[in-house]
Design a protein around this ligand. Structure first.
Ligand code: HSE
Length: 330
């Protein structure tokens, strides 16, 4: 991690600031599905929608302000010392020696908070990509990861990277190691669709992490790492059947599924409709299914939404392919 920050510093110093005063940029960063069922804290992928937008403007006065947040129902702090976007951007500015800059940030939440879709990650990554672009820093976006992880730590008490890494890099990502940070981009079969349903119940990641067991049995570990290796092999081999049969989680899902209304009923519906796999997205309550085509993904979201309506729970649905691009300037 030390090396990453050092390299970033050199790169930013080499490239002159594009940002005259008043320069501004608008960036979108995508939602992500972390864990991918069996890979707790080590696997994640980005989707095309939903996602968040950050508008960043260079100002005259050194320091960061947040002038506006929309779409959060007043839940997120405007105080730059408490907001994950400004805090991670501040860490970045410190590392590149540019705390002389003044910045104003607008955050437009286009996705639900506490959904298990990497909401805080999408905001943080949009902010970091915006400042990197404003400064003309052409370093590999992966260099921004340590700063994005600081944002995660602030949002939920733990700096996991399985949302921020795919949001930043796009595609399917493996966190091979946290110390030292080692992130691997994985291939994936073309034409894999993701059906996402967000049941309108609140599951804060901080709390969903606290209920997980800290110790596991060796026989369970064997099952789990067999499945993770099977999933990664399936991605490389473009073997969708292998991907499907590997996406099983005996460690986390049995506990977290209790926080999700009718989780097992929803799984049965999705699998009966032809899903390749079904599970919790990140820490929930969103659930997702992989499918081989868009029609099946749409049908699954429709039927799951109908099921949730039947038990008086509202929901949002999304159908997407895997997003290989990550953040983009709007
Ligand atoms: N790996 C994290 C968790 C992702 O499951 O807690 C949170 O979205």
């Amino acid at each position: 991690m030390e090396n990453s920050i050092q390299d970033l510093k050199i790169s930013a110093e080499k490239t002159p600031s594009l940002g005259g005063r008043g320069a501004s940029i608008s960036v979108f960063a995508p939602a992500t599905v972390a864990n991918v069922v069996c890979g707790f804290d080590v696997l994640g992928f980005a989707v095309n929608e939903p996602g968040d937008e950050v508008v960043m403007r260079i100002t005259n006065k050194p320091g960061i302000t947040i002038s506006k947040i929309t779409g959060d129902n007043g839940r997120l702090p405007l105080d730059p010392a408490k907001n994950t976007v400004s805090v991670s951007v501040q860490h970045y500015l410190q590392s590149v020696g540019r705390t002389d800059i003044g910045l104003d940030i607008e955050l437009h939440k286009k996705m639900p908070i506490g959904s298990g879709l990497g909401s805080s990650s999408a905001s943080t990554v949009a902010g970091l990509f915006a400042i990197k672009t404003l400064l003309g820093d052409d370093a590999d976006p992966a260099r921004l990861l340590p700063f994005a992880m600081k944002g995660e730590e602030m949002a939920c008490g733990h700096g996991h990277a399985d949302n921020v890494a795919p949001a930043l890099l796009g595609g399917f990502v493996l966190i091979r190691s946290y110390d030292p940070l080692d992130v691997v981009r994985l291939p994936h079969p073309a034409g894999l669709y993701c059906a996402i349903v967000f049941p309108d119940v609140d599951v804060p990641t901080r709390e969903a992490r606290q209920i997980i067991r800290n110790k596991i049995l060796m026989k369970d570990a064997v099952t789990q790492w067999g499945n993770i290796a099977g999933l990664v092999s399936g991605l490389f081999m473009q073997d969708i059947d292998l991907i499907g049969r590997s996406m099983k989680d005996i460690l986390v899902e049995p506990v977290r599924s209790m926080l999700i209304p009718d989780f097992y009923q929803m799984r049965e519906i999705a699998m009966n409709l032809g899903a390749v796999s079904f599970g919790i997205s990140g820490s929930g309550p969103s659930v997702f299914a992989f499918t081989r085509d868009e029609e099946t993904a749409k049908l699954i979201t429709k039927k799951l939404q109908q099921h949730l309506t039947g038990i008086q729970i509202g929901s949002n649905t999304y159908v997407s392919t895997i997003n290989d691009k990550g953040p983009r300037v709007l």
